[in-house]
Write a protein that binds this ligand. Structure first.
Ligand SMILES: [Fe+2]
Length: 239
């Protein structure tokens, strides 16, 4: 399907992600992000090299996370540097196998510019218009995966470890519910987002999940959080 060198790099990324000690950024997460990327990129008239670069970037976008253990606090800190580390890891592997040209170059830059802190600005300096579009597809695919029920359950259990982890979970939820994760770059992504948001709402309203949230954060916070999710779900464009 892809060139031999791209297939080789994908296999390396899969091996690394399989060994990830961070259960919220493991092979399952990456596989889902790649699946969303493939669903979304079908709606664009992409060149072969662009498709290869985007899929390669999707497989490598969280390889930097394999350097950390599963503490939620570390995961929170990693949010600011993981894209840089992942981009450097991919760059090193491409040199090792003598893979040069537009595909590895685009893939590395897409990952580096995906960072939520500086990426949205630096992309205008570093990326061409077409590559910015590829970056936006990867960003949507990764944000869609944030609403995965499986992943939320993993993160919820990680929050049980320490009081700092519980605080990080609360901050993460509050940050996620500001609404930016419910705004997609690509229209096609809203079809997947609506399904994901429905599942998310059903999950948060389950009796055991409600009582878990009340137990750790209080009834008021749990109710407000569920209400906020419902408001965000209802605000999604119908298409
Ligand atoms: Fe990710």
């Amino acid at each position: 399907m892809y060139s031999k060198k791209v297939e080789k790099l994908i296999a390396i990324a899969q091996k690394r992600m399989r060994m990830s000690r961070d259960p919220s950024h493991d092979l399952r997460h990456t596989t889902q992000v790649v699946k969303h990327v493939e669903q979304l990129m079908d709606g664009y008239n992409l060149k072969e090299k662009e498709r290869e670069a985007l899929v390669l970037a999707a497989w490598w976008h969280d390889v930097g996370r394999t350097t950390t253990k599963g503490s939620l606090v570390i995961l929170f800190i990693m949010t600011f540097v993981d894209d840089l580390i992942s981009a450097l890891f991919l760059w090193r592997e491409t040199i090792k196998i003598f893979f040069f040209g537009s595909v590895p170059g685009m893939a590395t830059r897409i990952i580096y510019c995906k960072n939520g802190t500086w990426g949205s600005l630096i992309q205008y300096i570093w990326l061409r218009k077409r590559t910015r579009m590829l970056r936006s597809i990867l960003e949507d695919a990764d944000n869609l995966e944030l609403l995965s029920i499986e992943r939320l359950d993993i993160i919820r259990h990680m929050a049980e470890e320490t009081w700092l982890s519980r605080l990080a979970y609360k901050k993460m939820v509050q940050h996620g519910l500001k609404g930016s994760y419910f705004v997609m770059n690509n229209k096609q992504a809203y079809t997947i987002l609506r399904t994901k948001a429905d599942e998310f709402l059903q999950w948060v309203r389950k009796p055991e999940i409600t009582s878990w949230h009340i137990g750790y954060y209080g009834k008021k916070w749990a109710e407000e959080t569920a209400r906020r999710i419902e408001t965000l779900r209802n605000s999604l464009p119908v298409q």
